[in-house]
Design a protein around this ligand. Structure first.
Ligand SMILES: [Zn+2]
Length: 116
């Protein structure tokens, strides 16, 4: 899947920062994090927008509920920011995120969380 160029929610530009991995390699982290109602993050190889490594979206800001698509492992993990909460690292079945339907995507994740 291609790395998004703009935020799929607000269509604003994504801020790129270089992040060093534990392996020593560097990757780009592209984020839209300054909006009140959403946070969007993706990780991609530097200079290679054709392959996205990870996409992360905030599902519910009040409880810091986030969903991450790991494209290398083809895993979707939903977790809450605070470690004391029960829902830590819930796996849900893999599907490709449809970023054109951002709000539907958020609703879909919420349903998985409710029914699990
Ligand atoms: Zn945005």
């Amino acid at each position: 899947m291609k790395t998004p160029i703009v935020c799929p929610k607000c269509h604003g530009p994504l801020l790129s920062t270089e992040v060093q991995l534990r392996t020593g390699a560097s990757i780009w982290k592209k984020t839209c994090a300054n909006k009140i109602d959403h946070v969007f993050t993706c990780l991609t190889k530097i200079g290679d927008d054709d392959t996205v490594d990870l996409i992360g979206i905030m599902i519910n800001r009040d409880v810091q509920l986030r969903a991450n698509w790991d494209f290398t492992r083809r895993q979707i993990k939903v977790h809450k920011g605070k470690p004391d909460l029960k829902l830590n690292g819930l796996d849900i079945p893999w599907f490709e995120p449809d970023l054109d339907q951002y709000d539907k995507l958020v609703d879909k994740i919420k349903k998985y969380v409710i029914f699990s």
